[in-house]
Design a binder for this molecule. Structure first.
Ligand SMILES: [Zn+2]
Length: 511
């Protein structure tokens, strides 16, 4: 009952009513689905001495221990750790539940059994990506696929698409949330949506040709790849006046990059294209969109589906829940998932505008929205800029400088060791393609000045390249995700092994 009201009015409830319904749904979810069937959380709750009935308000979520990324990783004691997060129904426990009895009475035992199988049997999987850790699988049941279709449909509604439009999904074919969320957005909205598989499948030319042939209204994909597609289309004098929306996922989208994409779309004949970002992650099993904001001039934030999960913003140091509008770390709790389920999952993503509940200035929806810029904690890297000391460099800020700077097209930050000596200092080289009319010298001065403003790190060199060269460096058409930061520093171990195999830069593909 609570859930159907939440589902129907997901974007129209006031904060108090929303929280009350969310907490009731969470308590039901914990009692009848998570604690009976998830080995990990049963142990966690016992250990913490918490019961679902202790959670009477959003503030009471603090009694539930956080789930960390490390909790999901296999260890020697738990080689199949991620399985402990999967709801695996225990027949005896299910039979005791009133809902099962009711279902059997209403539909007959055979039909009731089938419904339970649909609810609990995993039928699809996506996984996290990452260079430093093993991929963590996340399982979906038919129930979860229905929710993926639901969040996909909402994505189309919030982005103000139209079922009669033609959508091109340019995310790479991969077991990653981004691709499947976009795919199910198409089926959920009952609209035309062609998936190109991204650059690795059809190449830049193949993608440009296909978009041209279908005369797409909407492009959905990763910002770096879409930038290359638009840039290539401009260089071929294509005319894409039908283009209305560009929906981005899988990477951060700084304002400067939006401006550059909008500029390219205008050159293609689409002067008022709406650029919208989405935010999602493997563990949430869904993504949240922005609504159109050209008329407002600034992005409207990620519109959360509050019937499927609870988002909190916490102080990353103390773990305290922060009030609305405060910058902090995004924490996610599933309240209607089956298959893999996480509670109070710490994403490691920091959002500078926090979570807000007032009506969206763009669309008027009152669903919670995440506002501002998202940065990942792990984007801070330790560089040995001289041989004596390490310096912590915020790559979020560096990337933003390059994306925001007019005149800078596609780029790559390359990390090297001086003289390729693993024991020498680190070097930072900026590779970029210039756009516009500024001279290389002026552009170099501008890049250096902006870098100086955000970091004590000085680039050792700034190299200018053609668009084709940058495309080659980033691995467009070769790798699943274009590489904007390339670490070419040899390690002592690697030097010994001389391993030259190309590795996939798949980090945060689904982010
Ligand atoms: Zn809105």
């Amino acid at each position: 009952m609570n859930l159907s009201k939440l589902n129907d009015k997901w974007d129209a409830l006031k904060e108090d009513e929303l929280h009350a319904l969310q907490i009731r749904q969470l308590r039901w979810f914990l009692k009848s689905r998570v604690l009976p069937f998830s080995a990990f959380y049963r142990a966690r709750f016992e250990e913490a001495g918490v019961s679902p009935d202790d959670i009477r308000s959003i503030e009471d979520l603090r009694y539930v221990p956080f789930t960390q990324k490390e909790d999901l990783l296999p260890s020697d004691d738990h080689p199949k750790r991620s399985r402990e997060f999967v709801l695996i129904p225990e027949q005896a426990a299910l039979k005791r539940q009133a809902s099962t009895v009711m279902s059997a009475l209403r539909h007959g035992p055979a039909a009731a059994k089938k419904l339970l199988e649909e609810e609990f049997r995993p039928i699809m999987m996506t996984s996290t990506t990452g260079r430093s850790t093993v991929p963590v699988p996340f399982l979906y049941t038919a129930h979860d696929i229905e929710n993926l279709r639901r969040t996909g449909r909402r994505m189309m509604e919030v982005c103000e698409s139209d079922p009669s439009w033609k959508h091109a999904n340019l995310f790479p074919f991969a077991p990653h949330l981004a691709f499947w969320q976009a795919h199910y957005a198409g089926t959920g909205w009952d609209t035309f949506c062609v998936s190109t598989g991204g650059g690795k499948v059809l190449g830049t030319a193949g993608n440009v040709g296909l978009i041209d042939r279908i005369d797409a209204d909407v492009l959905i994909g990763m910002p770096t790849f879409i930038y290359h597609i638009l840039q290539q289309a401009v260089s071929e004098d294509r005319y894409w006046a039908n283009l209305k929306r560009i929906v981005l996922g899988g990477e951060k989208v700084p304002d400067g990059l939006r401006r550059k994409l909008r500029g390219l779309a205008a050159e293609l004949g689409s002067g008022n294209v709406e650029i919208m970002a989405t935010y999602g992650f493997t563990e949430a099993k869904m993504a949240w969109p922005e609504c159109p904001s050209n008329a407002l001039g600034s992005p409207t934030g990620y519109h959360i589906s509050p019937d499927l999960g609870i988002v909190e913003i916490i102080d990353p140091e103390t773990g305290d829940i922060l009030p609305p509008g405060h910058a902090g770390e995004v924490v996610f709790t599933a309240i209607d998932s089956r298959g893999s389920v996480v509670l109070r999952y710490r994403t490691g993503d920091q959002i500078d505008g926090g979570l807000v509940y007032e009506a969206c200035p763009g669309c008027g929806r009152t669903c919670p929205r995440l506002l501002g810029t998202i940065s990942r904690v792990s984007d801070k890297r330790e560089l040995a800029l001289d041989k004596l000391k390490g310096t912590l460099v915020d790559f979020n800020a560096l990337e933003r400088v390059l994306d925001d700077l007019d005149g800078v097209g596609a780029w790559q930050i390359e990390l090297r060791k001086r003289n390729d000596d693993p024991f020498d200092a680190d070097e930072v080289i900026i590779h970029l393609a210039a756009t516009g009319t500024a001279s290389s010298r002026d552009l170099e001065t501008a890049v250096r000045r902006h870098f100086r403003a955000v970091t004590e790190m000085r680039p050792n060199r700034i190299d200018f390249h053609s668009n084709e060269e940058i495309r080659e460096m980033q691995g467009v058409g070769r790798v699943l995700k274009e590489e904007r930061v390339r670490d070419n520093r040899p390690t002592a171990g690697e030097l010994a092994a001389e391993d030259s195999t190309e590795s996939e830069p798949m980090e945060e593909l689904t982010r």
